[in-house]
Design a protein around this ligand. Structure first.
Ligand code: SF4
Length: 438
């Protein structure tokens, strides 16, 4: 095992401060960094010796022999234990779970985000299939902590085995039900989960608590169970490695990987890269970013994707259409540059509202406001190609206008979809509503 690099910022909030120094011996579960304000404790994920403490990370040289045992957190109330264990939103958001579930829902809802919306990723669904009971116990602990009277699993209907496993496990649970989502992107955005499950439309600035609900990811719930029942600190991560790998493009699911493990080590465990490749993405095809082989995984890493090579557009002029739920402008420009395109025009989906912190949030996730105006802008700016990062519904709408104007369309996820054998995001082929058969 190579050195483990544990980043000091793995959550929403300021980076943690290191409380260890070079030369310190650490165990699995040793507290190594703590937050000053909003944030979450960070623990060593291995037995070893601290090699360096840098501004943004702690580097640990692991011992050759690694034991399963870990240093447990102190006993306390359920909420105190979730906070002490440093659990954060492991679906990618990284919001400290102890703060989120500390909200009094006054009899409201826990909405389990099992959408696993990013194509190619499947570790959440695998966890439901294989550790359903642990996730459901996490739901019950969370309901108790936040004073919720009901819980709903929001899961895509296409995941038949997981849906069946849930139905079986929940057959005697009156307070916990299942809501089937369509297979479109983005269904895992938390306001989309609230809208689908409860029929309440939240504004981009509103949190699910306005609808007396908390949206929480599957793995996060399993980590809540571990914190409360095993006194286990949060130092491991479940993720999917997929792409242009020796042995084929089937997903490799890894459970309980030590946080801080390098991307290259996980790719090797999945078979290694098969020849030339385009890029390595950390995260999903829509919201992930290009990463390097020596980058470490964090508590929020959900995927590592090795893609096929990019097409070469030989400097052709390109327009970029940015979506709130896909890559930001920098990521879209990064992909355009890797395709050797010349960006001459940038537009934004009109439902992508800019928040105070500069981040974009969709006003009505997954419901297209129309894209003709953007296509006209690209036409006027003499683009030969456009690259879009839109949701399923808006990609469908772009396809209704752009090709008729002579614009050739790429989607930011094309190179990933081609790598993993998934249909490209162009025309919508599934219904936006699923008949509930519970
Ligand atoms: S409506 Fe626009 S901003 Fe919202 S998800 Fe679709 S493309 Fe993105």
């Amino acid at each position: 095992m190579g050195n483990v690099q544990i980043l000091l910022r793995q959550h929403v909030g300021a980076p943690c401060g290191a409380i260890v120094a070079a030369g310190d011996k650490v165990e699995k579960g040793t507290l190594i960094a703590t937050p000053a304000g909003l944030g979450a404790n960070i623990f060593s994920s291995v037995y070893g010796v601290v090699e360096e403490v840098l501004e943004d990370r702690i580097v640990i040289k692991p011992d050759e022999e690694q034991k399963e045992e870990f240093v447990p957190i102190e006993e306390g109330s359920k909420l105190e234990m979730v906070k002490a264990a440093g659990v954060v939103g492991m679906g990618g958001a990284g919001f400290p779970t102890g703060v989120k579930i500390g909200t009094d829902l006054d009899g409201g809802y826990i909405l389990v985000n099992a959408a696993e919306c990013e194509p190619g990723l499947c570790h959440n669904i695998r966890q439901i299939e294989e550790e359903c009971d642990k996730v459901i116990r996490g739901v019950k602990h969370t309901m108790e902590i936040s004073n919720a009277s009901k819980a709903i699993f929001a899961i895509k209907k296409k995941n038949e085995k997981a849906v069946q496993t849930l139905k079986e496990a929940l057959k005697d649970e009156e307070a916990i039900s299942i809501f089937l989502l369509p297979d479109i992107y983005p269904m895992g955005e938390e306001r989309a989960v609230v809208r689908e499950c409860l029929g309440i439309e939240l504004a981009p600035t509103e949190l699910p608590s306005v609808a007396k609900s908390i949206v929480i990811n599957v793995e996060t719930l399993a980590r809540v169970t571990e914190a409360i029942e095993e006194r286990k600190p949060c130092f491991s991560k479940n993720l999917t490695v997929i792409g242009k790998l020796n042995g084929g493009n089937e997903p490799h699911v890894f459970i309980d990987v030590p946080v801080g493990t390098s991307v290259s080590e996980l790719i090797e465990r999945a078979g290694g890269i098969d020849g030339e490749y385009g890029e390595i993405i950390m995260g999903g095809p829509f919201t992930g970013k290009a990463t390097a082989l020596d980058a470490p995984i964090t508590k929020t890493t959900g995927g590592i994707i090795v893609t096929i090579e990019f097409p070469d557009l030989h400097g052709a002029d390109m327009g970029v259409l940015v979506c709130a739920c896909g890559g930001d402008e920098a990521r879209m420009r990064d992909i355009a540059q890797k395709m050797n395109a010349n960006v001459v025009s940038v537009a934004r989906c009109k439902q992508a509202a800019e928040m105070k912190n500069g981040a974009l949030k969709c006003e009505r996730p997954g419901n297209c406001p129309g894209q003709v105006k953007n296509s006209l802008q690209f036409k006027k700016d003499k683009c030969e190609y456009i690259i879009i990062g839109n949701c399923s519904d808006c990609s469908n709408t772009v396809m209704g206008s752009a090709p008729k104007m002579g614009l050739k369309v790429f989607h930011q996820t094309d190179h990933v979809m081609r790598t993993i054998g998934h249909p490209l995001y162009r025309h919508l082929t599934v219904s936006k509503r699923v008949e509930q058969d519970m």
